[in-house]
Design a protein around this ligand. Structure first.
Ligand code: CP3
Length: 344
């Protein structure tokens, strides 16, 4: 076995593998009792993200349990606003909070300390590459500028990102400046992850789906294109997955415009359309995470439909969004076995 046997990486290079490789978004998380155990010891969620030892441990937990084909660095997209001194905290039962940014503050953001603030995360990547099985692909990640900006503006999660949409209409210049700044620091951060040993990276644009057509081009496509160009200018071989949740038919142009190697598909993307997208290159997705909660027939049928429609082209099997805390760990075992054709 060698680095050549990293299946997720092989698919990102355009190969079709049967069975397809599998990993799950948020595969390290609260549905696993061993995660909840480490999480309790860590104190705050950010302490967990910035402790290489504990972050390595929780990244490896789902690999040990299920033997996924890829490990994703344990961290969060909000370490970037944290590094930008936005007072990020994760409150029990409330999700993330930070100080909402005003238009006048954007020009004053200081990017200089970002890289040193994120050193522990880069250290986690380096240690992971040492500790992972050689055949496991190591994925780094960051948030897309639009999604990170929605949290910076609202100061918290919201159902439809109305505060960020309104801000963008009222303060278009400042908003463009914020997205460009986030694109630049995030590109540097991805290059550091790649240099530390990440085989590929994923850009999460979890809130792309709330944007209108022209805003999607300006706020989802442009900044991600800028990031990918910047990474490729320095690391031409970099493999990049872009996940624009809720982008629907706009995904057709998204891959071409951003030049991502693979696009992530959420569960609302029809499989007929997914098959069309797959003609342009590898796709990743797109099982509804609720099927993993339900288990049984709902799980099996969802898996089979994806394998049937997308299994004959370059596919990385995944969920259409992160696995939820109420998922049963045994359902995940069943999912992995069924995708690999090893179920009883
Ligand atoms: O996928 C993995 O296993 C790697 C780790 C990872 C986390 N967050 C850990 C986490 C990744 C890749 C993320 C990405 C992330 N974080 C996104 C993009 C993907 C998505 O799910 O849409 C977003 C929008 C965030 C921001 C974020 N972090 C929110 C909204 C929350 C609170 C909601 C929730 O699920 O609790 C978090 C917290 C968070 N990030 C947890 C984990 C395991 C749970 C917190 C805890 O353990 O206390």
């Amino acid at each position: 076995m060698s680095a050549q046997s990293r299946k997720v990486l092989q698919v990102l290079k355009g190969e079709t593998l049967s069975p397809p490789p599998i990993w799950l978004m948020r595969q390290a998380g609260r549905y696993l009792p061993e995660y909840r155990q480490t999480r309790k010891q860590a104190g705050s969620f950010l302490d967990l993200c910035y402790s290489p030892e504990m972050a390595v441990e929780v990244t490896l937990q789902p690999i040990r349990r299920y033997g996924f084909d890829a490990a994703i660095l344990f961290s969060d997209i909000l370490v970037i606003p944290d590094a930008l001194k936005r007072n990020v905290r994760f409150e029990e039962g409330h999700g993330p909070r930070m100080d909402p940014i005003a238009a006048e503050e954007i020009g004053k953001l200081d990017v200089k300390p970002v890289s040193s603030h994120l050193r522990p995360v880069i250290e986690t990547v380096a240690r992971l590459r040492q500790e992972l099985p050689v055949e496991t692909t190591l994925l780094g990640f960051c948030g897309a500028p639009w999604t990170v900006a929605t949290y910076m503006i609202a100061g918290q999660g919201t159902p439809d990102q109305a505060p960020a949409r309104l801000f963008a209409y009222r303060h278009p210049k400042e908003f463009d400046r914020l997205l460009a700044l986030l694109a630049d620091v995030s590109a540097d951060y991805l290059v550091e992850q790649i240099d530390a040993g990440a085989d590929a990276v994923q850009i999460f644009d979890s809130w792309a789906g709330v944007l209108g057509e022209s805003e999607f081009k300006r706020y989802a496509v442009e900044p991600v294109r800028r990031m990918i160009d910047s990474v490729r200018a320095r690391r031409p071989q970099a493999k990049i997955i872009a996940f624009a949740k809720g982008a629907g038919i706009l995904l057709k142009d998204y891959r071409q415009a951003t030049r991502a190697d693979s696009i992530g598909l959420d569960w609302s993307v029809p499989l007929s359309f997914a098959a069309e997208l797959q003609k342009d290159g590898p796709v990743q997705g797109n099982l509804d995470p609720m099927r993993v909660v339900a288990g049984g027939q709902a799980l099996d049928e969802g898996i089979d439909a994806i394998l049937q429609r997308l299994g004959h082209g370059p596919l990385i099997f995944n969920l259409g969004h992160g696995i939820t805390p109420q998922a049963d760990p045994d359902h995940v075992s069943r999912l992995v076995a069924r995708v690999r054709g090893t179920s009883a």
